[in-house]
Design a protein around this ligand. Sequence first.
Ligand code: AMP
Ligand code: GLY
Length: 422
Amino acid sequence: MNIGLIGSGGREHALCKKIFDSKLTKKIFCMPGNAGTLKFATNINVNILNFRKVLKLIRSHKIDLVIVGPEEPLVKGIVDFLIKNKVQVFGPKKYAAQLEGSKAFMKKLCLKNHIPTAKFKICKKLNEVKFFLKTCDFPLVVKADGLAAGKGVTICRTKEQVLKETSQIFNGKFKSSKKVVLEEFLKGEEASYFIIADNKTFKFFGTAQDHKRVYEKDKGPNTGGMGAYSPAPIITKKIEKKILSKIIVPTLKALQIKKKPYNGFLYVGLMIKKDEPFLIEYNIRMGDPECQVILPRLKTDIVKIFKNAICNKLNQTKIEWEKQKSMTVVLCAQGYPGAYKKNIPINKLNKIILSKKDFIYHAGTKEINKNLISNGGRILNIMSIGNSYFKIRKKIISYIKKLNLKNTFYRKDIGWRVINKR
Ligand code: AMP
Ligand code: GLY
C-alpha cells in the first residue's frame, strides 16, 4: 500500500519508521515531514490545513491509506472531508475530535457521564468570571476552550492573575477560543494512558509519563514535552481498571450513543491521586514525545492495526508489546518554549553510531543542500530501550554529549520519578 502521513514532528518520524517496517507498505508520502522522515519517505511540502490540496496529492500519488498525526487538521475535520472523498483515513471525525478541540465539550461530557475530573465552570464573559471568583479556591486553573498549541493552560494563584488571563482569552489571545474553563487544581502524579479505538471496540496502546515543564525539577513554563518514558509504573493493574471503567468506557459509550463513535488514537491525560485516576485532558492523537517511546515497544505490524481499525476489525487484532522499557530525551533550541534560536547546524548526527536499541527521532529539522539544520523549538528526540531507566538515560545523555549541538539544551532529569525509586 502507499501510505500518506500528515505531520512533521518527532511523533510523525516515529510513525513513519514503524510504517516503513510494515510488510504492507510500498511507499510513504509525508506531508510535510521533516529531515528524519526523508530516510523512509518522500516529503511533500503542503499546508496540511488546505484539505483540497492534500486530497489532490493523495490522488496524484495514488495513496491508499492516510494517517493523521497532529490535532489541528483533525479538529478542523480532515477525516470527514477525506472520507467524503472516498479516501481511507485513520483518525477521529470532527465531532469526536472536540474531546481535544473544545475543553468545554470535554468537561460537559464528563459531567453528564459522571467521569472523574476537576470541578469546573465554563465562562463566556468577564462578569461570569468575576462572579465565580467570589466563591472559588486557589490555585485555580484557567484554560482556553480551543486548541492553543500547549499554551492555553495557566495555573493561577490570585484573582488578579485569573482576571488577566481570562481577559486575554476573551480578547482573542487564541483565535480558537471565545470561552474559558476555570478548573479546580488537582494535586497528584500525572500519567498518560493510550488506546486505539474503532467504531465498535478499543485496544490498549501503551502508557507513558511526559515531562511538560521546561526545566529540571519540573520548574518553568509548560512545553509540548521535554522527554518521556514508557511504561508508566504508576499505572498499576488496579488503577488501569478504574481508568477503563470510570473514564474510557463511559466516554466511548457517550459518543456511540450520539452515533458519533470514536475512531483513532486516544490519549488520556490523567492525574493520579491516592490511587484514583482523574481525567485532566483528552488528546485525539498520539502524544509527542510519548509516541517516540510507545512505538518502539510495539511488536505488531502498525499498518495492519490501522487497516483493521478503519474496517472496525480491532476485535480480531492482537496487539503485542515488548516488555523492555523505553525513554526519550528532547534536545531543544535555546529559548524554547519562548522565542528560540533557528537554523542551528546539526553536523555530527551521521557520525553517531547507535546500537539496535537506540534511535534518534527528528522533530524540528530540515535539510538544505544536504546540510541538516534545526527548524523548530524541539529539535531531536534521543530514544533508547533497555531494562533499567537509569542505564537508558545514561546512554541517551552520552549520545547527546557526542552530538555537541551549540545553542541547545535538554533536561538531564527525565525519568526522575522512576529513577529515584530504583
Ligand atoms: P492540558 O492542556 O489540559 O493538558 O494542561 C496542561 C498541563 O497543565 C497538564 O499536563 C497539567 O500539568 C496541568 N493541568 C491542567 N489541568 C490541571 C488541573 N486541573 N490541576 C492541576 N494541573 C492541571
Ligand atoms: N506531550 C504532550 C502532548 O503530546 O500533548
